[in-house]
Each structure stands twice: as structure tokens, then as C-alpha cells.
Write a protein that binds this ligand. Sequence first.
Ligand SMILES: NC(=O)c1ccc[n+]([C@@H]2O[C@H](COP(=O)([O-])OP(=O)(O)OC[C@H]3O[C@@H](n4cnc5c(N)ncnc54)[C@H](OP(=O)(O)O)[C@@H]3O)[C@@H](O)[C@H]2O)c1
Length: 256
Amino acid sequence: MTDTDHSARFSLAGRTALVTGAGRGLGWEIARAMAQAGAHVLLNGRDLGVLSAKVDLLVSAGLSAAAAQFDVADRDVCDDWIVACDGTIDILVNNVGMRHRKPIPDTPPEKFTEMLDVNLTAAYGVARAVAPGMAARGAGAIVNVTSIAGPFARAGDIAYTAAKGGLEALTRALAVELGRDGVRCNGIAPGYFATETNQAMVESPAVNAFLQSRVPLRRWGQPPEIAGAAVFLASPAASYINGQILTVDGGMTASF
Ligand SMILES: NC(=O)c1ccc[n+]([C@@H]2O[C@H](COP(=O)([O-])OP(=O)(O)OC[C@H]3O[C@@H](n4cnc5c(N)ncnc54)[C@H](OP(=O)(O)O)[C@@H]3O)[C@@H](O)[C@H]2O)c1
């Protein structure tokens, strides 16, 4: 790599990226950032109206994007959709996540299973579907959006914690198995982000006091602050990074 153009190595030009759960929140910011980095971005979600509005925003800004409406937990639909892409997906961001902030008595086994299905098994299913196309080209990048709830636990969040811990382990397992084909897999572990879904907590004085005392930066993460990590891990700039989790939490888990 002599005379390397380092700025070009942060570009996603010429790549096609599938971002799951891209209609709002962190997924939308990741999709927008990847489009701005030059990728053709496929925005996934279940609501075509929401996705089309976001695609229009990107396309009217001169960027390249299309809607990818399917439920990631519906294995057959997901597989059919990815087969129809004919091996063209270079980057997968497994961002879809579902929360059930309840203690053990309020988490029956059926709910636990549903949480694993959406947060973990679906990510495996999408990765499994895109992997052959990536392997055939000898290149690809998968980024799983995990959580600080992967390595650390809080009471009353049993199913999400188990699922995100599994997603971290899945990230390493995919990295090890697919790395032989030139496909990298890494994770991003967000801390507390002020997404629409978290709006009630954003407005809670108790949660804000907790974050002020526990996060060294003393504030919520803003959704655009997740995007740099995703673009970086998907880009050639991260070409020798494989099987790692990049924590984006304002330093929360670095302090005690
Ligand atoms: N926000 C945080 O503070 C935080 C912290 C740690 C980790 N995370 C993780 O970061 C990721 C994004 O979080 P977020 O707060 O941005 O989530 P969000 O606001 O709840 O957005 C989730 C997105 O996923 C889509 N979605 C949900 N189920 C789906 C399914 N089965 N198939 C396809 N799309 C589906 C939703 O759209 P439709 O309902 O229209 O399909 C929505 O666009 C999640 O994995 C979450 O666990 C977030």
C-alpha cells in the first residue's frame, strides 16, 4: 500500500449497502451517511411509505438510494428479496432492533423467543443470505448494531440483554468463518441515543440525571453521532479490522 490515498479509503463509492431498519433512528442516520459517502443504499423497513419518503430525501439531494421493504424476521421473504439482488450487496448493516424493558416475571418464554428472533436470528438470516454474493467477489463488510447491553446488564431488560450478547458473539463467529472469503464482520455498540423511540426517556429528569452522572460526556448521543463508526467499519479504511465491537457511548462503559 505505497502512495496510499487515505481519503479515498474512507469512501464507499461504487458499493451497494443494505441497511436494515433504515426508516428512522440510528438506521436512517447510517443509511444517510453511507449514501453521502458514495454508496447506493437500500433502505429496509416494513413501512413502504416511510421508506419512500426517506429515499426521496436522499435522491433529491443527488444521492443514490432505493427502498427495500421486507420484514427481516420473515425468513422466506427476506431470502427471496436478497436473491433478487443477485449478489450485488457489498455492505450489510444489521440495525433492526426491538426492546422489551421488562423483568423476568413479565418476560414469558414466547416473548423471549420473539426478542431473539428479531434481534439475533434475523441478523443471522440476513447475513447468511448476503454472504455467498460477498464471498463470490472475495469482499464484503457486515456491521451489526449491538448495544452496551451486550457486554453489560441492567435489571429488567433480560431478553434484550441476552439477544445483544448473542449478536456480539454472532459478530465474532461471522468474522471468523467469512473472513476466509474476504468478508469482514464487525459491530457497533451504541450507548444511550436520543432517538424517537427513546423520546419518553429523553424527557425524563431521572434518566437525564442518571446520564449526567454516568456518561463522561454528560449527555445523550445524538443519532448522527452513530454514523461515522458505521461508515468507517464498512469502508476500505477498516480493511484489517475484523470481529471487533466499536462502542459509541460517550465513555459510559469506560468509567466506573
Ligand atoms: N437508540 C438507542 O439508544 C440504542 C442504544 C443501543 C442500541 N441500539 C440499537 O440500535 C438499533 C437502532 O435503534 P433505534 O433506536 O434507531 O431503533 P428504532 O427507532 O426503534 O428503529 C428501528 C427501525 O427498525 C425497523 N424495524 C423494526 N422491526 C423490523 C423488522 N422486523 N423488519 C424490518 N424493519 C424493522 C423500524 O421500522 P418499521 O417499524 O417501519 O419497520 C425502524 O425503522 C437497534 O438495534 C437498537 O437495539 C439503540
